[in-house]
Design a protein around this ligand. Structure first.
Ligand code: SF4
Length: 155
């Protein structure tokens, strides 16, 4: 499995600032940001053309980039969202794809460059809600849809 990730060519710190700015800009419009309909379709298109080429986004609909050093955990062959498995090689590469650096080694190193969200990598992520796949992670985050259906799980 190969995936595109251009984060190393774009400073993690800049991406963190962009993330914070985007959140602040979208927040006043949250009442108009709803799942379904034309607005979400626009957001899905936007996320596809921005996050997919930059982060290798898999459109899971439950984005945790700011928790993972701006590294998409869905590119881990095991889709692990709470740190690496026990199979990381001594050179820091993946046990499934030996030529690929472990997504979590990257995530940890990059998180050390983040001034605001660097420590967020220590937060435990809830199980992935697969019903959100293909939807807009930005809208899901702003409307807290990505926190629904978590049952009694508390991160
Ligand atoms: S929305 Fe999901 S798949 Fe896309 S970058 Fe964020 S964590 Fe990765």
């Amino acid at each position: 499995m190969k995936y595109t990730d251009r984060v190393s060519t774009i400073k993690v710190r800049l991406l963190e600032i962009a993330y914070i700015c985007a959140g602040r800009m979208l927040h006043p419009f949250r009442r108009w940001l709803r799942s379904g309909g034309v607005v979400e379709k626009g957001f899905i298109l936007l996320e596809n053309v921005t996050k997919r080429p930059v982060f290798g986004c898999q459109m899971c609909g439950q984005c945790v980039l700011h928790n993972t050093g701006m590294t998409c955990p869905m590119n881990c062959p095991k889709n692990l969202r709470n740190g690496p498995c026990g199979g990381v090689r001594v050179d820091g590469n993946c046990e499934i794809i030996p030529t690929m650096q472990c997504v979590w080694v990257k995530a940890w190193n990059r998180s050390r460059e983040m001034a605001v969200y660097g420590e967020s990598i220590l937060e435990i992520q809830p199980p992935l809600n697969h019903s959100l796949k293909g939807s807009s992670a930005w809208i899901n985050h702003i409307t807290s849809r990505d926190k629904e259906n978590l049952g009694k799980f508390k991160a």
